[in-house]
Design a protein. Structure first.
Lengths: 187, 346, 165
């Protein structure tokens, strides 16, 4: 009764006009022919892409800092916060001479996101204390096998030369929301 | 004589080819019409606007794995779809595809054969059409196929009766069984020979006929023989590959032929209004007439699809009630009315 | 040409008629019977009786045989379920069939001098001629036949009705 659209089904004898079906059929036919001339809802995908929202959450990226070192420190907060349990990682200690590769003393040796499990909620991004993981406006591509959907560091970490732009998603509203949670690392 | 024979052979060949072509593109049209009525685009990947889709579908059918059940009766299992295809193709012989062509001093008719039992032959072919379904369903040796076959044939036999009765009123009016003559009688033209299309005189008969045509072609709202969703596929449950393709294809041929029969009987066949007042020579008018006939046929094929994507299907008891308790009495009433009017006008 | 077609059709008709009797599977019997009917329709066409041919196909091949097929398919007859027939029954059946054969031969004898009397007109089997004859000369038998069909129909409805109470 919330929508006021519910109808009580009554089993009564049909009137003659209803029994000959023709008026009902004609009105139905009129409705369908109108749809013949309507604008089609289809978007022809590979040629044309639908406009997406600014805060669209797509494929993840593991950011590097300005010097090209990985920000992730394998704290595991993203894995904990993930409601779909899509993230796994193995931590390792930074050796001498790897300072240009990893920002902190501890880093993720492996970092995997199962894209079939992921629901793209963005909680990992929110949980991350090091601003390492972000969701971008890229679409996760299709594959023929399930193995192909488990993205390792090779697909997640951004290449040094081609940085992935994440500023689009960080709208004032998003930033304000992050501030709200009083997370000190987001200053 | 031999020239005549060659001409007829060419005519048979082209009617055969056109029938297959139209049927193939009906499958494409079906998907396009369905899509457009549902605010979609439909198949558009194979070629521009997807016009090679029927070829792709055909290839797919041919390359699919062919399964003949071990417990089935192999000969009859193969015979079933062949029969369905054969009977579907046979009715095209009688349709007058156009008026005569005069080349030199020879007169060529665009009708393969003008039997004097014309319309009865069409009924004969339609009534044999049941065998393809029944034999296929039985030879599968599967309970559900058999039940499907029986469901289908009961429907087709029931609606054949109403169809035959609805035609009788038309025959009373035209006084001939030959499709060629029925077409010629409706020659349009404002002026001396003002002949209306038969649908003007026989609206009730037309209505009954087209409803029965829907049922005979197993089209929605009478597609219970197939109903893919809620009942098991029906008589072709066990079929696969091109044999299933034949059954489905036969349905489209049937649709084409029945559209042609409807246009010929009730909508003037190859005639069009003002045809004698244009001042064109005979051959040109004949050719335009053929084009017009195909236009009418296309409209009816579209109408079949339009109805399919508008109306849900009947329940089986409703279907039988409609056939036996409504259409047959209506058809008898129509015969009575036509006879009465004919006597009063005499 | 016509003679060759006649021989071919006759051969096919007789062969399939024999197969109707010999077939072990009743469904095959029915299918052979349908072929026989088609051959007979072909014979009608050869005799220029198109109307009769097409009505033969519509009524026998298209309607009655479908119902036969229907019943036999549903019954699922096979050798095990075939009831054993006593010798008396077989004997009676043979005598009945023999009598029918006698009648047929007798009626064939009668047609012999009919053929010599008058060559059949070309349009004898056409719808118009047939209709005229049926509604003038043979009006009474025609109407009586229709009453018979009506009676059969009423009987079928009575049988089909669910028993009240």
């Amino acid at each position: 009764m919330l929508t006021n659209r519910s109808k009580l089904v009554v089993k009564k004898e049909m009137t003659f006009a209803e029994k000959i079906y023709l008026p009902a059929i004609l009105s139905g036919v009129a409705i369908t022919i109108k749809h013949l001339f309507r604008r089609k809802a289809t978007v022809k995908y590979p040629e044309k892409q639908r406009e997406i929202s600014e805060v669209w959450r797509g494929q993840h990226v593991l950011k590097r800092d300005d010097k090209g070192a990985e920000r992730c420190t394998a704290c595991g907060l993203c894995a904990v916060s993930c409601p779909a349990e899509a993230i796994t990682m193995v931590a390792a200690e930074r050796k001498k001479g790897e300072e240009n590769l990893y920002r902190e003393e501890k880093y993720a040796a492996t970092y995997e996101i199962n894209m079939l499990r992921c629901i793209f909620c963005g909680l990992c991004e929110e949980a991350c204390p090091k601003e390492a993981i972000f969701l971008t406006d890229r679409i996760v591509s299709t594959d023929y096998e399930r193995n192909g959907f488990i993205y390792g560091k090779d697909k997640l970490v951004e290449p040094v030369n081609e940085r992935v732009d994440i500023s689009k998603r960080q709208t004032p509203a998003v930033l304000a929301f992050k501030q709200q949670k009083r997370l000190s690392h987001n200053k | 004589m031999s020239e005549f024979l060659i001409y007829k052979l060419i005519l048979v060949g082209s009617v055969f080819g056109i029938t297959l072509f139209v049927a193939a593109y009906s499958t494409y049209a079906e998907r396009k019409v369905a899509a457009f009525l549902q605010d979609r685009v439909g198949p558009d990947r194979a070629g521009p606007f997807g016009i090679f889709q029927p070829l792709a579908d055909g290839m797919k059918f041919i390359y699919k794995e062919e399964i003949i059940p071990v417990v089935s009766n192999k000969f009859l299992f193969v015979l079933g779809p062949c029969l369905a295809m054969l009977t579907a193709m046979m009715a095209g012989v009688l349709i007058p595809w156009g008026n005569t062509l005069i080349i030199g001093d020879q007169v060529y008719s665009l009708q393969i054969a003008d039997l004097n039992v014309g319309i009865l032959y069409v009924f004969g072919v339609v009534s044999i059409g049941v065998y393809g379904i029944m034999i296929g369903g039985w030879a599968s040796n599967n309970k559900f196929s058999l039940l499907g076959a029986i469901r289908a044939s009961a429907q087709m036999i029931s609606y054949e009766i109403a169809m035959g009765l609805s035609i009788i009123a038309l025959i009373i009016m035209t006084g001939t069984l030959s499709l060629g003559e029925i077409s010629a009688q409706q020659a349009g033209g404002v002026g001396g020979d003002w002949n209306m299309w038969n649908v003007v005189y026989q609206p009730l008969g037309f209505l009954i006929f087209i409803v029965c045509a829907f049922a005979e072609c197993n089209r929605t709202p009478f597609d219970l023989p197939e109903c893919e969703t809620e009942l098991v596929g029906g008589y072709h449950t066990e079929y696969s590959s091109m044999k299933l393709g034949f059954y489905l294809f036969a349905e489209y041929i049937n649709m084409f032929v029945s559209s042609a029969v409807i246009s010929t009987l009730y909508f003037g066949g190859y005639n069009f209004p003002f045809m004698n007042d244009l001042g064109l020579d005979h051959n040109t008018i004949s050719i335009i007439g053929t084009v017009v006939l195909f236009g009418k046929i296309s409209f009816f094929i579209f109408f079949f699809m339009w109805i399919r994507w508008t109306i849900p299907r009947f329940r089986y008891d409703q279907l039988m009630n409609l056939g036996w308790k409504i259409l047959i009495p209506l058809a008898v009433f129509n015969i009575f009315l036509t006879g009465l009017v004919m006597i009063l006008l005499k | 040409m016509t003679l060759n077609a006649f021989y071919f059709l006759s051969f096919l008709a007789i062969m399939s008629a024999i197969m109707v009797v010999l077939s072990k599977n009743p469904v095959y019997s029915v299918l052979y019977l349908i072929i026989t009917f088609f051959c007979i329709a072909g014979h009608y066409t050869l005799m220029n009786a198109q109307f009769l041919a097409i009505v033969h196909i519509i009524v026998y091949a298209g309607a009655i045989m479908v119902l036969f097929l229907y019943v036999i398919m549903l019954l699922n007859l096979n050798k095990e379920s075939e009831p054993h027939k006593s010798n008396v029954l077989k004997f009676a059946a043979t005598i009945c069939a023999g009598l029918i054969m006698l009648v047929l031969i007798g009626s064939l004898k009668g047609t012999e001098n009919m053929l010599q009397q008058q060559p059949a007109a070309a349009d004898i089997g056409l719808v118009k001629t047939l209709g005229k004859v049926m509604f003038t000369e043979f009006l009474l038998p025609f109407e009586i036949t229709s009453v018979l069909l009506l009676a059969a129909m009423v009987g079928a409805v009575m049988l089909g009705k669910p028993e009240s109470r």
